[in-house]
Structure formats: C-alpha cells, structure tokens
Design a protein around this ligand. Sequence first.
Ligand code: GTP
Ligand code: SPV
Ligand code: MN
Length: 580
Amino acid sequence: MTTRLEILSDWVAEAAELTQPGKIHWCTGTLDEYRSLVQEMLASGDLLQLNQDHYPDCYLHRSDPQDVARVEHLTFVCSQNELDAGPNNNWMAPAAAKAKMAELFAGCMQGRTLYVVPYCMGPLGSVYARYGVEITDSPYVVINMYLMTRMGQGALEEIEKKGTFIKGLHSIGELDPERRFIMHFPEELTIMSYGSGYGGNALLGKKCHALRIASYQARTEGWLAEHMLIIGVENPQGETHYLACAFPSACGKTNLAMLIPPESYKGWKVWTLGDDIAWMHLDENGQLRAINPEAGYFGVVPGTNRRTNRNAYETIHSDTIFTNVAVTEDNDPWWEDKGTGTPVTDWQGRAYDPANGPAAHPNSRFTVSAKRNPSYSELADAPEGVPISALVFGGRRRELAPLVYQAKDWAHGVLIGASVASETTAAASGEVGIVRRDPMAMKPFCGYNFADYWAHWLSFDARSDKLPKIFHVNWFRRDAKGQFLWPGFGENLRVLRWIIDRCEERVGADESPIGFLPTAAAIDLTGLDVSAEALAQLLSVNTEQWQVEMDEVGKYLDSYGDRLPERLRAEHAKVLQALA
Ligand code: GTP
Ligand code: SPV
Ligand code: MN
C-alpha cells in the first residue's frame, strides 16, 4: 500500500531519504497487522509475554530506564515569533529547530523499518475529527497507536479526500536523553520527536497533536482542545449529564472517568466517554459539545485495584500492553497497590529488592482499547459528541483548595482555571510533590501563549448564553496527620451530584469570596465514614491563606505582561477585593 496523495507520498519519500530505513511499512490498521507486530516484538525481546491464562493477549514492554515519562524541558513550541509560544513554553526558532532535528534524524533508521501510521483523532468521518500521519521506527509506537487511535486504511482514505494532515516524524534514535527533543511547529502543522519511545513523547497523536497542535488550531477556528476527561452521569430517573474535567497529569482523570457509584447510589451509572482529552465546539444552538479524539487509554497503573477502579482493573485483564510494571512468580503483571500477588522482578527486569524503590515504575502505564471498558459509552463514537453541562477544574492540593466550589460566572471560571496549581507527579521527569501552577491542567500541553489562550476562553461568553457552569474540585486535601480527608474514587460521585444539582438549579449554596460552596448538608454522606468536622474542614476557606494564594496568582498572571487579557486581571482584582 502507498497513497495517491502526492503531498503524503512526497513527505514519506523525503523522510526516508533523510532517515535511510531498511524497509518501509504502510500500516493498514488490521488486527492481523497488530498481531504480527506483536509476534515480531516478542521475537526481538521488545515485548514479553505475560501469563496468558490469567492475562490473555497481555504483554509487557520495558522501556529504557532513562525514558519513563514526558520530558517537559526537552519539549519545544517553535513558532515564528517567540511571544506566540509564550512564557509557558520552551521556544526555539523554527529554522534552528529544524536544522537540529535534521542532524539527529540523518541516517537514524538504518537497518530499521519505517512505519507510516495514518490516524484519525475523533470518530472517523465526524466533522470534528482531525487527521495525522506519524512516521516512526518504533513498532511499540505502532501497536500503541493501534489501540489509542483510529489508525490505518480508513484514516488514510479520509486524509486522501481532505488532502491535509498533521505531519509527525518520530524516531527513538539512540534513546539518549542528551539527544532527545520533542519539537512542534504549529504554524506548519508539523511535529518532530527524537530520542524517546515513551507515551506523550512518542505517541504523537496524543499530547503533541491532540493538545499542542490542536489547541493552536482551536484558537484560530473558535473551539477548545483540552486536557479533560468526559463522562456521562446517569441518575435513577434516567437523566444523563455530561461533564468535562481537567486535572493535571496523574491527578485522577482516568479514575473519575471510570467511576463506579458507591453502594448507597442505587440506580446511578457513570459512562466513560474519554479519560484524557476533550475537543469541544459550540453547536448552532450555542451548546458546547465534546468529543474524545482518542480511542484507547494510556493510563497510570499503580494504585489501580478492585476497590479504587474496578472498571480499569477488569479492563486490563486482557488485550493490554503494560509498560514498566513488575511481574510476579506466575508471570502476572504487578504494581504497587494492586492488592494481590507479590513482585519477583521489578520494572527494570531486576530481581525485586525494595531497596531499589517501587517494583513498578510510578509512571508505569497500561494501553488498552476504550471499548474494553465495562462503562464505555457508545456515544464516544457519536460524530456530534455529547452536550456538556459542567466544566470542572482540579488539582492535587494538600491544603487550601476546598473539596468543591463553583465559579460565579464564566469569566470567574476562566480565572479559576487559570489559577489551577497542583503537586507535580511522576508523569513528567523531575521532582515529584512540588506545587506548581498548571492552568487548566494545560501547562505542558498548550501550543501557544497562555495569555492568548485565556483570551480565547474568555471570548466564549460573547458567543453563547448556554455555556456550561464551571467548578473546581480537590480530592487530595489532607489533615494535620497527612491523611486524605476525602475518600475519593467512587465517593467522588457525591460531589458530582452536587455539581449537577447546581447546574439544574436544584440546590442553594453559600457564597464566599472564591465562589459558591456547598452548604454543610448539601454533600450527601450516607454510608460514608467522613465526620462532620472533616467535611467542615474540606469545605473551609481560609481567608489569609487565600490572600497569599491570590497574590501568587496575581504575580503569575503578571508574568504574561501586556498580552494578559484586561478582563482576567479585573476578575482577579474582584476576588482580591472580596477577600480583603
Ligand atoms: P494522566 O494519564 O497522567 O493524564 O493522569 P490521570 O489524570 O488520568 O490520573 P489517574 O486517574 O491515572 O490517577 C493518578 C493517580 O491518582 C493514581 O495513582 C490514582 O490511584 C490516584 N487517584 C485518582 N483518583 C483519586 C482520588 O479520588 N483520591 C485519591 N486519594 N487518589 C486518587
Ligand atoms: C499525561 O502525562 O498527562 C499523560 C501520559 O496522559 S502521556 O501520554 O505520557 O502524556
Ligand atoms: Mn494526560
């Protein structure tokens, strides 16, 4: 197979000329192709077979120990004008970046196969779907793209009809952290990634295309590309409300997306539409609608068990690629808090020794098709997407941020999103547990200047009077002893219920300087071991701490200089004044 689209065949020829592969393989996206790649990777040792009785069609990939997470310091947005990338991005001049990448890519695929991976982000043929082609020398990337996107012949046919696509050139290179760069050229709809085979660095449809490039396109075209899960919450009356929630990496999106209602919530059901990325458009009636551009999950493994996330736990018992987990004596995959089994071999393939740290890497991941999820919603395939009732921001904060609060209006909600801060996690290289600003959970993923991004968000209330209500949640507040105050996971539905009741104007709320808070009786605690004092603490707003926080937010916003929208400054001033 090749293509009748000349710009595509020319680009593949040009990439082959540069990288000098031994072979070129055009991916068709069939199950046979997936299986034969798996067989090749088992033969080469790239994949290890797991216990096929307990985990049919499950495999383990051990990545290079120096290549286990996204690398934000090596990720660049190469716009013509440095200011267009903004202080939120690393920037390099496009010509300099291309020269650097050409040097790295020169001859890098000698003796390897160059795979051409045409893919579609979003339901195939949907007006909201977008297309890309990833060229890669990693069969691991190909099989992950097979599970994560609509990949192969169908996507290629759409690309040929449209005549345009995002170009993504990827090579694992030498997996040398000193020769690793993830470059984005939003104005040229091009991505170049070298030297990593891991997740968001290498599966270019995900963070590089569906967030960095798509956010840039979304701004010029009037829509939103966000780091958000999408769920449907069905109540016992059979009404379903759709929510899109942005939490930073490894802060609970996959878990919330697959939520199983608590025992006392008879007749409630949570449907999964997406666990990481939402593309949202205003329809002709001014209703915000969301699609999930992805078709699979690349989820955090540690912490996944029957109690925290039974849907994920069951989903990953077959047809799953595990990356960097440990294995048991039975050759089952193992991870911290799995709740069963004992590790004998750690994620690096060494005999397990607690002195070496956790058995599974904290950022170990599962890759699995979304359709295997017991709570998968068929509407994830609906070309028109789902109508969104509420947008929810959140972060991992031991202090300060209450369990839940609601923005006073759209512009205040944009300020709340822009003010998100969260403790860093193992999803990116670097220190863990440091509070950093992560506006809209998009700090690593916005393909342009945050000041322009906030202006874009603010522009929506002039275009619709039916916008979703905006909320902020924090599942991670702790008491003086360091214990979580809120049980989290399935119990988070109690908070979603309040959010939906607010959207429907079914409950009142207490007004505070930071927004609307639930009254003490408004969060249902039936069957839950949370004391009234703990709930009071969870819902408390400490004025002094909030003044310090808002001063910090003010300084942060000021760092965006003249580009910062005046309206965001005014919203910030209003909150400061209310706190005074
Ligand atoms: P990315 O895939 O990196 O974007 O992450 P994510 O936002 O999907 O995070 P995920 O749901 O995988 O959760 C990451 C970690 O947070 C896991 O170890 C979870 O067990 C833990 N976690 C998720 N939800 C909760 C919660 O409600 N409370 C607590 N205490 N921990 C949670
Ligand atoms: C994240 O880090 O937010 C992820 C994992 O979802 S990765 O695909 O590696 O970006
Ligand atoms: Mn993510």
